[in-house]
Design a binder for this molecule. Sequence first.
Ligand code: PCA
Length: 213
Amino acid sequence: MKALVTGFDPFGGDKVNPSSLAVGRLRKRLGGLAVHTAELPTSYARSAGVLRAAIDRVKPELVLCVGQAGGRSELCLERVAINVQDARIRDNDGKQPIDRPVVKDGPAAYFATLPIKACVAGLREAGLPAAVSNTAGTFVCNHILYALMDIAQDHPAPFRGGFLHIPFVPEQVARAGAAPSMAIDDVVRGIEIILEVSAARTSDLRTAEGAIS
Ligand code: PCA
């Protein structure tokens, strides 16, 4: 089985993006799973094309896109992407779309198809803080999860896909001030657990991971 894992380049004036740092450190093989990686630009206009090209090249059965969510304290498996671009900051092309669709006339939302609750359980068993998240925001990460699941609708090589939002790494917080952070080795370990759990099972657990608000 093959997996494709992507990270994003730095954005918003930051020097690093922990998602590409972590993805760059993944082992190339996890048991029977071959792990391929790519870096996506933090750009509404360009990211989906780079992702599609990587999927066409690798033909993975699993795709996990990873992005930074500064301020979050857990590894967050995203449940859903919505068909909206609404940017509070400029992307790496200087673009700041407001209330535009990711895909014109596309469905309002797509669900991730990885077993997100089983992944959260596996992460917690390994001692890593993890949660199901019900919003990936409206910036480029939501855009790419929506684009990923839209590609999955009619791609000739079927795959399951999902998105992981990760906290800052400690050196970002050391520079920029108080926020939660997670060591990059823990993020790498977490991504590998998500890949192993996703490769091992197609159905998800039926556990309560919802949010009251
Ligand atoms: N995080 C941003 C885009 C790129 C990244 O790593 C986001 O959460 O939308």
